[in-house]
Ligand binder design. Structure first.
Ligand SMILES: [Zn+2]
Ligand SMILES: [Zn+2]
Length: 132
């Protein structure tokens, strides 16, 4: 049983690492089923949580639901408010912001998420075509 668990966890990790678009748990489940038709939704969800706990992948608390990210370093995201696409943004993470938030609120601040919101290039193109 243990070996099967390890194999499934490796499969799910490999799948997340091939998906650059911050997939939902459901999208990962559908991709996993193409490799292993017998894999259950619960197995995929449980392994995703284990991988997050181990620090192998990150969970992204995005507006509209949780997404998964193979990048485990702190980085910034931009979200398309039309189709929900999420892309990475090459902006430096600013740890000083955590300290500012801590001294302003008295909270012990561990990290911050920055989400930019707008229209992705695909949706912009579609809108431009629709308005013609
Ligand atoms: Zn979009
Ligand atoms: Zn990301």
């Amino acid at each position: 049983m243990q070996r099967r668990n390890t194999r499934q966890r490796k499969l799910i990790l490999d799948i997340v690492r091939t998906m650059d678009d911050h997939p939902t748990a459901d999208e990962i489940f559908l991709a996993a089923r193409e490799h292993d038709p017998h894999i259950g939704r619960g197995t995929v969800y449980r392994n995703l949580n284990l991988l997050v706990d181990e620090g192998a992948i990150r969970i992204l608390k995005a507006p509209g639901g949780s997404r998964f990210d193979w990048r485990t370093d702190e980085h910034t995201h931009v979200l398309c408010s039309s189709c929900g696409a999420i892309a990475d943004l090459p902006l430096p993470y600013d740890p000083a912001l955590d300290m500012k938030a801590a001294s302003a609120t008295g909270y012990e601040v561990h990290s911050h998420y920055t989400f930019f919101e707008g229209l992705c290039p695909t949706c912009r193109k579609r809108q431009a075509e629709d308005s013609r």
